[in-house]
Write a protein that binds this ligand. Structure first.
Ligand code: GLU
Length: 161
């Protein structure tokens, strides 16, 4: 069984017309995966519902606890991209599980979204990589300790680039 922990971020955002703004809502991931004809068992658990810019150290401790307490050895965490690297670094104490963080630059509810591609990459990575903490974004697997989000280019890259 692979556990997906949802924490918020753009991947979970919904548009509220009355407020004319995007806010983090119910995660659509479980619904999206229903259409993917998966033959693996995936459990989706909501941990947080936050834009990652608003995450605190306590929130990261909560994510750490959720990973540590999970019965699964393979986890995917959906997360806002702005501070995904920070959370990946905060999870370094987890050594026995394969944990893959992912997110999306466009909400999963949009037609032109990178959400499903990224979650699929993360699910595959969680099943094939040795224990450790990884980021699956832009078709690549990164080590959070040596990665940054290039905000201007809207993608992740090795920190020394
Ligand atoms: N501020 C958002 C977040 O980090 C950025 C967009 C995203 O999720 O990609 O939650």
């Amino acid at each position: 069984m692979i556990e997906i922990l949802t924490t918020g971020g753009t991947i979970d955002k919904v548009y509220f017309d009355a407020k004319s703004s995007f806010q983090v809502g119910d995660s659509p991931i479980a619904e999206l995966l229903k259409e993917a004809n998966l033959t693996i068992v995936v459990k989706v658990t909501e941990v947080l519902r936050k834009d990652s810019l608003e995450m605190t150290d306590d929130d990261r401790a909560q994510i750490f606890q959720a990973v540590a307490a999970s019965r699964s050895q393979q986890l995917v965490i959906t997360h806002g991209t702005d501070t995904m690297v920070q959370t990946g670094c905060a999870l370094q104490g987890i050594t026995e599980k394969t944990v893959v963080l992912t997110g999306a630059m466009q909400p999963a509810r949009f037609r032109a979204t990178d959400a499903l591609f990224n979650v699929a990459a993360a699910l595959t990575a969680a099943q094939t990589l040795p224990p450790g903490i990884y980021i699956a974004m832009n078709g690549q697997i990164f080590d959070p300790r040596t990665t940054r989000k290039n905000v201007a280019e809207n993608r992740f890259e090795a920190a020394d680039q």
